[in-house]
Write a protein that binds this ligand. Sequence first.
Ligand code: PGA
Length: 255
Amino acid sequence: MARARRPFFCGNWKLHGSIAESLALATEVRNGVAALREVDVAVGPSFTALAAVAKRLEDGPVAVAAQDCFWEGKGAFTGEVSPAQIADAGCKYVIVGHSERRQLFGELDAAVNLKARAALGAGLLPIICVGETLAERDAGETIGRVQAQLDAALADLSDADLERIVIAYEPVWAIGTGRNATPAQAQEVHRFIRTRVGARAPGLAPRLRILYGGSVKPDNIQALMAEEDVDGGLVGGASLSAESFVRIVKEGSAA
Ligand code: PGA
């Protein structure tokens, strides 16, 4: 059966890689997915490697994602990087609201909204991350937490803006732990996200791409992608090896 949405896989390299290492990994990924037609692929290097990697991947099938951005365009904001600078470096996407930003750097729901809006304003496509902690899941608060994050992140986005977003559901307890959500757990939350966005923008809901993230590996991606509302993956650890990331893209897009 044909998929309702084009699958999308994005690597999140987090704090890894020199420029040379990033170029080598990006080149291997590009070569590995070159023959695939029915899938979108992106890689997410560190800020220092973005421009070089984007240049290397120019005109090819693999896009580049930044891992974060600030919401202001310019000014006295030492250490921050604007969406326009990220676009200028050659990026198409930017990840916003990753749980590591929320947990380790105190990023609030309202900041995620500002970042998503600024990214859209600069022509970037934001990959907006939501997901509950283990304590929230155990307390039965998964849907409530995801709803709060989603509603806050999407506040004041126009219908045209909503057309350009990607959502990533990343349960915090599954990130980097080797313990992925079961396909059924992922599907339950993905379905909720699609329904929630559909209440705002009914026409968009069937086209919205919702990625799963959290210990995605070559051996679990097929089962996750078999779920109706799972449209791809945001891949951390397993994207640091071209071999495993390319397998995830191939097996995930064929599932
Ligand atoms: P992981 O990370 O694949 O290493 O669990 C996913 C993410 O943080 O995006």
